[in-house]
Design a protein around this ligand. Structure first.
Ligand code: ZN
Ligand code: ZN
Ligand code: FE
Length: 753
């Protein structure tokens, strides 16, 4: 058989994931000679041998790739035969193009076994890692991915580690962050103890009810015993966090089973990404009430680094808490703290002790938060474990930066057929977050090689995200809800026109109103606003958002319903509030018209007596959803909106809620009937749009679709009626997914020019 030689270019997530040793092993197995190396464009292999074996190699390099690898593209060209029998792994070299960096991934089963094996030389080593697991995104300072371009550069390998690193047959072959107790980073507690003693000290502090700042993968957490009511209350007070739920960390799935209903989420909880998963709290779960007051769910994640595993303790250790509150180490609204000396200052009033280490974190990365709806992921926050994994685009885009929104900011870089979303940046209302935005942007640009020529932002004239990116040049502005619809189209690879439902709390409308209950027909280039929730006055802007009882009064006013004293919303407002509100509404002073669906959820939550003032974003809607879940199967038919030509009117819904309150109807039933009303509204509007246009694909986006009752119910109802439903699975439906849509709209608009 004739010999053949090919140069094979593999693009995708192929660095830092054990790809070269895999290529090496595959080539040896097929009897091929040649070489493989990393470049900044991916991995290049030259393979030589029988024509069959070479062809087989090109096939299996894709199909048999290692677990963390994602092969996006394999291209090859024939090159002259050179002979030889050796297969070499060459040093990295730079080349044009780009490669994809792996996200940070949870400790693998092999490393976990070694960590807990007294005979292993990495027994109890808090920084154990291998080619299949460990930090990536947060320690990489540049490309190509080599130890020198990570924050492990300052830790020279010992002889034994160097031997493993250089051995293609070893699981740690070219695993850049590898280390061992002899050469790796050190743990320390601020009482001066180090290593195992520091861990034992932290564990006993936690057991005694202290708040401990723990340096993790993407930043500091504040940890405390989740079963200790006073410890959790102390942390809540220090963080000044209102009633916003805290996330929990548990050592293993079995512990999670004691706290929440894990069915359907096992793979997500134990997988390589290990996000916080929001799951229904079990009655009697041994968790302090202060962890998530008034919330039917708990956010649970499994220990994802060796340090976390050790913090919970191995067999034989003095026992500590089995569930820890693990909340981002930051002052409310500020970015998560990554730097050790900064942690001492910024977290000084928050933590009783610091468990730190000397491996630097190059960029912050918060924990991801995911809901599970009908077996599919519904991202709430896409960060650790996901970033910087790209979203494949249905259409190529020229290099661009999309700034995202002002709340829960996440930006995105795009080029060709990829969009790289940043991790969670935060709320763009303070300088620290704006600086974090710049740092994350520089880092992501370095990892992706995208040199943005177009900059995109929201049309809101007051958005800090927009003015921040406009410092350096002109910005393409994209309407908020258009971007939402484009985002969900984009993640599903859809290019054609859709019937879009963009339901959220707030977004700047083309008429200057606050939009948020929008039916939009169209695609990336343009959408037509065919219907919206009837405008009501939003009293006092932000104050109206923070006080659902005021929103309820505004809705009653707009619906022509009296403010009777027996209604919970009316009772909740002070007399002074009512008179100011009445005057403002009468004279239309300080009121902006809004079609916000989020505000309607607030109003109904208030009317039903569920929530009158919020301590964190969307609290009223979250509590209303929690109640609705209890009664959705037994609540009878839902309320009905008035559906007009270009508006849908909530007045009949509000009148029905008021009637139900007076009839003494259970809150949960009111909540469920309202959720059904929203589902039926969408179904009716989709039917009408299909009858008029022939379109049968429905896109659902905006923060309202974080609501599992709405998303699940709407998807089922529309699917029954023969619609194709696009709902978010890769990026959040909230403004944290906005950047992806902005990118696609701007690309389409630019192309049309
Ligand atoms: Zn591992
Ligand atoms: Zn070592
Ligand atoms: Fe929005």
């Amino acid at each position: 058989m004739p010999r053949e030689r090919r140069r094979v270019n593999v693009a995708g997530v192929v660095q830092g994931v054990g790809f070269r040793p895999f290529v090496y092993a595959l080539a040896r197995q097929l009897g091929l000679s040649g070489s493989v190396c990393n470049t900044s464009a991916g991995v290049i292999a030259e393979v030589e041998g029988s024509a069959d074996a070479v062809a087989e190699f090109c096939r299996r390099v894709r199909t048999d790739a290692p677990p963390l690898a994602v092969v996006a593209d394999v291209r090859w060209q024939a090159v002259p035969v050179r002979g030889g029998t050796e297969f070499r792994i060459d040093a990295s070299r730079s080349a044009g193009g780009r490669t994809l960096v792996s996200p940070d991934v949870a400790i693998c089963a092999d490393c976990l076994r070694e960590l807990t094996d007294p005979a292993d030389r990495r027994y109890r080593h808090p920084f154990i890692t291998c080619t299949n697991c460990g930090p990536r995104f947060t320690i990489i300072t540049g490309l190509p991915y080599d130890r020198a371009a990570t924050t492990m550069a300052g830790f020279p390998m010992c002889r034994r580690c160097a031997r493993e690193y250089a051995d293609p047959a070893d699981r740690r072959y070219h695993a850049q962050p590898i280390a061992c107790p002899d050469c790796g980073p050190r743990l320390f507690l601020d009482d001066g103890s180090v290593g195992d003693d520091a861990l034992a000290g932290a564990r006993s502090l936690l057991a005694a009810g202290a708040v401990v700042a723990v340096k993790g993968l993407g930043g500091y957490h504040l940890a405390c015993d989740a079963g200790n009511e006073s410890a959790v209350a102390t942390l809540r007070k220090r963080k000044d966090r209102g009633n916003k739920p805290f996330a929990l960390m548990v050592p293993e799935l079995a512990t999670a089973r004691d706290l929440v209903r894990v069915e359907g989420a096992e793979a997500l909880l134990t997988g390589i990404r290990r996000p916080i998963v929001l799951l229904e709290r079990l009655a009697g779960a041994p968790i302090a009430d202060a962890v998530a007051p008034g919330n039917p769910d708990l956010g649970v994640m499994l220990a994802y680094t060796p340090l976390h595993v050790l913090l919970f303790g191995l067999p034989g250790d003095a026992p500590g808490p089995r569930a820890l509150v693990m909340t981002s180490g930051n002052v409310a609204g500020e970015p998560i703290v990554t730097d050790d000396s900064e942690a001492r200052i910024r977290l000084a009033g928050l933590a009783d002790a610091f468990l730190g280490h000397d491996r630097p974190i190059h960029v912050p990365c918060d924990d991801s938060v995911i809901r599970v709806v009908d077996g599919l992921e519904l991202p709430v926050r896409r960060s650790r474990g996901y970033a910087p994994f790209p979203v494949a685009l249905p259409v190529p885009v020229t290099p661009a930066l999309a700034a995202g929104g002002d709340e829960k900011n996440t930006f995105c870089l795009g080029e060709d057929r990829y969009a790289w979303l940043s991790g969670h940046v935060g709320d763009m209302d303070d300088l620290a977050t704006l600086r974090a935005f710049d740092a994350a942007r520089t880092h992501l640009a370095a990892l992706t090689g995208v040199e943005a020529r177009t900059v995109v932002a929201d049309r809101h004239p007051g958005y800090r995200s927009a003015s921040w990116v406009a410092r350096s040049g002109p910005v393409v502005r994209v309407q908020h809800h258009h971007a939402h619809i484009a985002a969900v189209m984009g993640e599903h690879g859809v290019t054609g026109p859709v019937i879009g439902f963009a339901f959220d709390g707030t977004g700047y409308g083309d008429d200057g109103a606050v939009w948020g209950g929008e039916v939009l027909l169209g695609g990336y280039e343009a959408v037509e606003r065919v219907a919206h929730l009837a405008y009501v006055p939003l009293p006092g802007g932000d104050a109206g958002v923070r006080n659902p009882c005021r929103m309820a009064l505004a809705h009653l006013h707009a619906a022509g319903l009296p403010w009777d004293a027996d209604l919970p919303s009316v009772a909740a407002c002070t007399e002074r509030e009512r008179s100011i509100l009445a005057a403002a509404l009468r004279r239309n002073l300080g009121c902006v018209p809004t079609s916000s669906m989020g505000r309607l959820f607030d109003a109904v939550a208030s009317l039903a007596g569920v929530c009158q003032r919020i301590g964190y974003e969307a609290q009223a809607a979250i509590e209303l959803e929690g109640l609705a879940r209890k009664a959705i199967g037994r609540c009878g038919p839902g309320y009905a909106f008035g559906v007009g030509e270009s508006e849908f009117d909530p007045a009949p819904v509000l009148a029905a809620v008021v009637a139900d309150i007076r009839a003494g109807t259970e809150k949960a039933v009111i909540a469920a009937r309202f959720h059904l009303a929203v589902v039926e509204l969408i179904a009716a509007l989709a039917d009408r749009a299909r009858a008029r246009t022939g379109l049968s694909t429905v896109a659902l986006s905006g923060g309202v679709f974080l609501n599992t009752v709405v998303t699940s119910g709407t998807t089922r109802r529309l699917t029954e009626r023969g619609f194709t439903v696009l709902r978010h699975e890769k990026v959040p439906p909230s403004d944290a997914g906005l950047a992806l849509g902005q990118l696609l709209v701007a690309a389409a608009v630019n192309q049309g020019r």
